[in-house]
Design a protein around this ligand. Structure first.
Ligand code: SAM
Ligand code: SF4
Length: 337
């Protein structure tokens, strides 16, 4: 539907004419796992006093929603380890009821999902992304350094049982993942879940050399096509995933290829860290503080957002040939993907 002039004026638009309609808001940098591609084994987390309160997270979301954000994803760190996070979902659900927001959702590692699935559904959450890279308990423990896969499997079951649509996200890595991806496809599609494969990005030091693990999804897709009939599917989530229909299962397989395929021209999203810093591009260290303006006034906050958007890069500068050196110092857990 075309927007009227005053609504159009209130929208957040970057210098390349891309309109921001999607906010990914990190509610904590903490996590109960230490995935090898995401974090260092001994992570130092932020002092709690640096993290926005639930009330501030809510108010900041309100500002974005009033200025054109239609989709809000809570992420982390692990969003479900933040105490009282369900209160925040409950509070934000009023935007679904008024129609100001099309979707309220989250990305989670699933370890606490069994406890929270029903409450999330009651808050109007309809879809949830669950990160799961393997079905093998030992490999899951190795990848996450801490995790027990049965918690995630219980979480997925609980989410499906209360009617949530679940999408699995898996970071593709060289080696065991290539042997297991067929099982993941079968597991996801048998439960009517889409599966999206993600290329590892060089974000933050993890204590591992990403040259040893990074896998091009171009190569993996080529390999998968020897065993599966993959047909391009034109579903668009407005995001970076490209979908293929898998004829043998009837399910969808998504590919997110920040390293081997650039999708920045369609970027409609911004990210805010749990300390209130606005990042307009995943691959850029530039950020703007929103906490101080938020504590001052809504006008000051909108002004800070508009200034940041003028500096939103046209595209990220990740280089697949330089995986060993982080492109940015910040870990993925600061912004949550
Ligand atoms: N803890 C939640 C989870 O794991 O779903 C939310 C935050 S996590 C940072 C969001 C997503 O980022 C997960 O799907 C995770 O697999 C992915 N991720 C983490 N580090 C990554 C990296 N270096 N490159 C690509 N994806 C990464
Ligand atoms: Fe935690 Fe998610 Fe990062 Fe894994 S990917 S360490 S679950 S924040």
């Amino acid at each position: 539907m075309p927007l009227d002039a005053s609504t159009l004026k209130s929208q957040l638009v970057d210098s390349f004419g891309r309109r921001v309609s999607y906010l990914r808001l990190s509610v904590t940098d903490r996590c109960d796992l230490r995935c090898t591609y995401c974090m260092a084994e001994k992570m130092v987390f932020l002092p709690k006093r640096d993290v926005l309160s639930l009330e501030e997270l809510s108010r900041l979301s309100d500002v974005f929603i009033r200025h054109g954000v239609r989709k809000l994803r809570l992420t982390g760190g692990e969003p479900l380890v933040r105490r009282d996070v369900i209160d925040l979902f409950h509070d934000l659900s009023r935007h679904l009821r008024t129609g100001a927001l099309d979707e309220l959702t989250l990305t989670t590692n699933g370890t606490q999902l069994a406890r929270h699935a029903e409450a999330l559904a009651q808050c109007g959450v309809r879809r949830v992304n669950v990160s799961l890279d393997t079905l093998d308990p030992a490999r899951y423990r190795a990848v996450t350094r801490l995790g027990d896969i049965s918690n995630v499997l219980d979480g997925i079951d609980a989410a499906l049982a209360v009617g949530l649509k679940v999408k699995l996200n898996a970071v593709a890595s060289r080696g065991a993942f290539e042997d297991e991806v067929d099982d993941l496809i079968r597991f996801a599609h048998a439960r009517d879940m889409d599966l999206t494969l993600i290329e590892e990005m060089p974000l933050g030091e993890t204590g591992q050399n990403r040259d040893d693990t990074a896998l091009s999804l171009r190569d993996l897709q080529h390999d998968l096509a020897q065993r599966w009939t993959l047909k391009p599917h034109h579903r668009s989530t407005g995001g970076p995933a490209r979908f293929m229909y898998v004829a043998q299962t009837g399910g969808l397989l998504g590919f997110i290829q920040p390293m081997s395929c650039n999708f920045c021209a369609l970027c409609n999203r911004v990210r805010v860290s749990c300390t209130g810093r606005l990042y307009t591009c995943m691959g850029d260290d530039g950020s703007v503080d929103l906490r101080a303006p938020l504590r001052h006034s809504e006008d000051a906050t909108v002004e800070a957002i508009r200034i940041a958007l003028q500096a939103k890069p046209e595209r990220h500068q990740f280089d697949a040939g330089k995986m060993a050196i982080p492109a940015v110092a910040r870990h993925m857990s600061v912004l949550g993907g």
